[in-house]
Design a protein around this ligand. Sequence first.
Ligand SMILES: *Cc1c(COP(=O)(O)O)cnc(C)c1O
Length: 360
Amino acid sequence: MSRVYNFSAGPAVLPEEVLKEAAAEMLDYKGTGMSVMEMSHRSKAFEEIITTAEQDLRDLMGIPDNYKVLFLQGGASQQFAMIPMNLMKNRVADYIITGQWAKKAAKEAEKYGKVNRIASSEDKTFSYIPDCSDLPVSENADYVYICENNTIYGTKFKELPNTKGKTLVADVSSCFLSEPVDVTKYGVIYGGVQKNIGPAGVVIVIIREDLITEDVLPGTPTMLTYKTHADAKSLYNTPPAYGIYICGKVFKWIKAQGGLAAMKEKNEKKAKVLYDFLDQSRLFKGTVVQKDRSLMNVPFVTGNADMDAKFVKEAKEAGLENLKGHRTVGGMRASIYNAMPYDGVVALVDFMKKFEEENL
Ligand SMILES: *Cc1c(COP(=O)(O)O)cnc(C)c1O
């Protein structure tokens, strides 16, 4: 068996310890004589899995008691609709457009109400985060929406926008649990787990209780109403049980690593190796404004599409996989999530150095 260094943006690398534990428990989960995939979501064993997972997530993020944690399905993309359906009481929302995911979310919200795009970095292909300290927040906005870490472009909000008292909603799919977070600054934090936490099929929504109401837009399906899932503790219907089980294991793994502060330190150390190399390279260059660089997704280019393709191909042959940039931007992208070991980033940089020498 040999594992590669997998730089995929998502679904992405998971901690090897977690995969091994899951493998060991595959046929007989803790004496139940069955796999977690095969057990009732109403069973005692699963109840313990989901309760423990929620508690560990609460511990890691310091989630206050007046926030609910929901384990849902439909991916992050389903939240693009669920958020306006549940939160648009005035049918007005402000969106900050920092990439494709925020753009898609804004477009979806337009089906339900008026969307004001109060800031954007599209003028420079989303290579920076706009100044959000004094934006024209709409007086009757139900919320202000951001995509906190832009998976495709490799930017991250280092400071949250000044929402002037309005509820902040954030898509954190690609920076979930990568660093400490002050949950009280947000109304809703949500993310698909397949980037930094677990297998595709689970989306976690952390939502302040006062935002969970029966007063949703007319026609909102039961399944797309936050209250349905909050009241049923994410067990209204069959939840993505196996995915939740793996997320739970990853939460334990992060706890064992020292929690989110330790995670941040490790992530900064990893990202620095790559950014420092990019900053002095004569062949490769990063595409993002320095101060807005993501710790998780690092896009870079050579400036020559053929050279980029050659690099991706040769890197793959060297066991460094999924370095091709997003299909809409080209170039390369290294996603270096929590589970990417430091040695993986060093291996990538060593390979880049060698490639640079051979191709300059
Ligand atoms: C991947 C991603 C999405 C889309 O997630 P799906 O689960 O495929 O719907 C949305 N937002 C961000 C920031 C992402 O990285």
